[in-house]
Design a protein around this ligand. Structure first.
Ligand SMILES: [Zn+2]
Length: 414
């Protein structure tokens, strides 16, 4: 794979890729490269000379990495340190190397924490936790000409406007990089950070934050406990972020989805957060995210939902598939949401969902611990943020007990 990059007459950063013969063998895969070029634009135009070559290479790899068989050739030579890290963690080789180039370092006077912002609940909770004056949230806005009726992004846009009016520093980067892949979408989960990497032309980011909750970082509520740092996806990518001086950081890795929802319900209710991406400006009410959120919010707020709402399980095939899984994804949150939260009126579906999770020894437990802080997750938060985040969270939540932590770390419902 060879990737060239340049800034066009509109001030957009453009990437163009050429496959080599080994890459072409990958094209038979289900997800394939359908377009070789893409662009990023930001207010005021992009100053490529301010983007470190190692950062630009990481950005290019986030887009074209999954289509690369073994050799990744970039436009500007990368530092030796970056090349060594890249070769070790991806099992591919990057070139050229510029032996004169020092790895990226930032101005200690102006350093800021970046947040990949989606407008969803976990993202808003992460923003709430970060120090307002030292953070910049970056939203990637999909090129409006891309035909896709489902993902309108209007809700996130509205959330950005609300937050800007409240004095949060929110940036938007427009891009069509999702069209590089068939089917349209982020090539890898880490692509949420592309906007932030582009904006290193103006911000001295020292961390790459996103709203990954502990259910995802530690697979709580999945089949069994699994620490992110033991998973392939971690050691394939995280060293690259370290090498460019922007280590990944997950403020919400110490909080359950329950606690992030409580934060949003109790402290950011007017931020217009919306995790549903199917409904345009309003949640669709029919997708899995809407289903889970409706039940969880009812539990948190104490406002019971009508029994008829549960009929969505029969009406929506995606919700039906979701509750048919074993275990149900983030089943701990689901158990918390269902317990002591009966709908108004009789619902056979509600009863059958309770029955489904009953055998897993989980119902005998008080789920209040999901409202507490999982301190071992601090290892996934930038050290400079620990004090601020803990001080802020301790205003609304306690730390988990040793017993809570042991229960979580022994999570196994196989
Ligand atoms: Zn929805």
């Amino acid at each position: 794979m060879k990737v060239v990059s340049f800034v066009d007459s509109f001030g957009c950063l453009v990437f163009n890729s050429t496959l080599d013969k080994n890459d072409r063998r990958l094209l038979r895969k289900q997800t394939y490269l359908q377009k070789t070029d893409c662009y990023f634009s930001a207010e005021g135009g992009i100053n490529r000379s301010r983007i470190h070559p190692d950062v630009e290479a990481t950005l290019a790899y986030m887009i074209y990495g999954i289509f690369t068989a073994d050799t990744f050739i970039v436009d500007r030579g990368v530092s030796q340190h970056f090349a060594d890290t890249f070769n070790a963690c991806t099992n591919k080789t990057i070139s050229p190397v510029n032996p004169e180039l020092a790895p990226r370092s930032v101005n200690t006077q102006h350093q800021v924490h970046g947040l990949a912002f989606s407008g969803g609940v976990d993202s808003c909770a992460a923003l709430w936790m970060l120090p307002k004056d030292e953070s910049v949230a970056v939203f990637i806005k999909r090129d409006p000409t891309i035909p896709d009726k489902k993902h309108k992004g209007k809700a996130a846009q509205r959330s950005c406007e609300v937050l800007s009016s409240k004095g949060y520093k929110i940036e938007q980067v427009i891009s069509d990089f999702e069209t590089v892949r068939y089917k349209i979408g982020f090539p890898v989960d880490w692509s949420i950070y592309t906007g932030m990497l582009v904006l290193t032309d103006r911000y001295d980011f020292i961390s790459s934050n996103c709203g990954m909750v502990f259910e995802s970082a530690f697979r709580i509520g999945h089949s069994f406990f699994s620490d992110l740092e033991t998973r392939k996806v971690f050691f394939e990518w995280c060293p690259l972020f370290e090498a460019i001086g922007m280590p990944v950081s997950f403020p919400t890795s110490i909080t359950s989805e329950v606690l992030t929802s409580k934060i949003v319900v109790d402290h950011c209710a007017d931020w217009k957060s919306q995790s549903c991406v199917l409904g345009g400006e309003k949640p669709c009410g029919k997708c899995v995210k809407c289903f889970r959120k409706t039940i969880l919010d009812a539990k948190i707020s104490g406002n019971r939902i009508p029994a008829e709402y549960y009929n969505v399980v029969n009406r929506s095939s995606v919700v039906n598939q979701f509750v048919s899984k074993d275990p149900i994804k983030h089943e701990n949150v689901f158990a918390y949401s269902l317990l002591d939260n009966p709908p108004l009126g009789e619902s056979a579906i509600y009863s059958s969902l309770l029955e489904k999770i009953a055998p897993r020894q989980l119902l005998s437990r008080d789920y209040g611990f999901l409202e507490r802080i999982y301190t071992p997750g601090l290892k996934y938060i930038h050290p400079q943020l620990h004090e601020h985040i803990l001080n802020k969270l301790h205003l609304i939540a306690e730390d988990m007990t040793q017993d809570d932590i042991a229960f979580l770390e022994n999570w196994d419902v196989r």
